[in-house]
Design a protein around this ligand. Structure first.
Ligand SMILES: Nc1ncnc2c1ncn2[C@@H]1O[C@H](COP(=O)(O)OP(=O)(O)O)[C@@H](O)[C@H]1O
Ligand SMILES: [Mg+2]
Length: 312
């Protein structure tokens, strides 16, 4: 349903998106994961015809997005990172206005507005001005707005940004329901790993405009060994444990005083790692073993922790 190849976008001297490729089959959810400034919004703006790529091809539900943007706009719904709701309209009026903009007749508008307000649990607040809504209510209304035209494909740019955990979980439930009950195809951008892991069948990790890893969450995590050994110690700034170049080591990184080693079999390797650290004269203060997460994948592929970027 979404097919992009060789996408490029440059703003002045900034290469915002570089040679990006992605494919999203019908009925599946794709998460584009990356830190602030990675190129996520630029990508979604090109896919939704708001921004013209410098190079590359985009085909959405069989329509070429550059040559035939109108056809693409008819089959997609988009929510933006910066909310565009008119604060002087009530929630009900905002949805009705949007439907009118797209030529829905009055009866259809009334019907859909009612259904969607129920779906996002805004019935009680439907007739209040959106200017009085909380952040979570505005996000939910924005989701309802993009569903007004019953799109086949949803594009959601950071749909849960700035929401508390309870409202994030609520949005996740809606999105999962839309996928499962309506077979909707979705592309979401996020800088939150848990969101990507929970919602998406396919994840692409983007950094500095480039796709640095992609696959199912399980595939991405699988590349990083079956277990992750984490050891806190007094590592010098330029510490290089050359003895970690062993065949059982999948990857390693040191961050914030913690060494993380992806290994084939944790309990078998811990003693070896501790011996190596002791031989290098280091004092171990803490250790544990976990399954790797998408956060570990991100750290390894970009050299940075994503959690530094999370504000919500
Ligand atoms: N309209 C624009 N003009 C100039 N630079 C831009 C514009 N939009 C985005 N950029 C730059 O492109 C890069 C990618 O931005 P963006 O796609 O918004 O990232 P993300 O959504 O992942 O945070 C950033 O360096 C950003 O400053
Ligand atoms: Mg963005």
């Amino acid at each position: 349903m979404i097919d992009a190849q060789g996408l490029h976008k440059q703003f002045g001297t900034v290469q915002a998106v570089i040679d990006l490729e992605l494919h999203v089959p019908q009925g599946s959810v794709y998460a584009l994961l990356g830190p602030n400034g990675a190129g996520k919004s630029t990508t979604i703006n090109m896919l939704t015809t708001l921004l013209r790529p410098d190079r590359g091809t985009i085909v959405i539900a069989g329509h070429d997005a550059v040559r035939n943007p109108d056809a693409v706009r008819r089959v997609i719904g988009v929510t933006f990172q910066d909310l565009v709701l008119d604060r002087d309209l009530s929630g009900r009026e905002a949805l009705d206005f949007y439907g009118r903009l797209y030529g829905l007749d009055a009866a259809t508008r009334t019907q859909r507005t009612k259904e969607l307000l129920t779906l996002v649990e805004l019935n009680d607040a439907a007739d209040r001005l959106t200017g009085t809504y909380s952040g979570g209510m505005r996000r939910r209304l924005e989701l309802a707005r993009c569903l007004m035209m019953q799109p086949q494909i949803l594009f959601l740019d950071e749909p849960t940004q700035g929401l508390d955990p309870q409202h994030r979980a609520m949005i996740w439930d809606y999105l999962r329901m839309l996928q499962q009950q309506h077979g909707m195809t979705m592309l979401i951008t996020t800088h939150a790993m848990d969101e990507a892991e929970i919602l998406a069948q396919q994840v692409g990790i983007i950094d500095h405009g480039r796709m640095v890893a992609s696959g199912t969450p399980a595939e991405l995590i699988g590349q990083f060994g079956s277990e992750m050994v984490r050891i806190t110690a007094n590592y010098p700034a330029d510490y290089q444990p050359s003895w970690l170049q062993a065949e059982w080591v999948r990857n390693w990184a040191i961050q914030n005083g913690e060494l993380r080693v992806g290994v084939d079999h944790g309990s078998r390797r811990i003693a070896t790692i501790l011996d190596g650290l002791r031989a290098d004269g280091l004092q171990v203060s803490d250790m544990n073993m976990t399954r790797p997460s998408l956060g570990d994948v991100f750290l390894q592929t970009t050299g940075r922790a994503l959690r530094d970027e999370v504000k919500s």
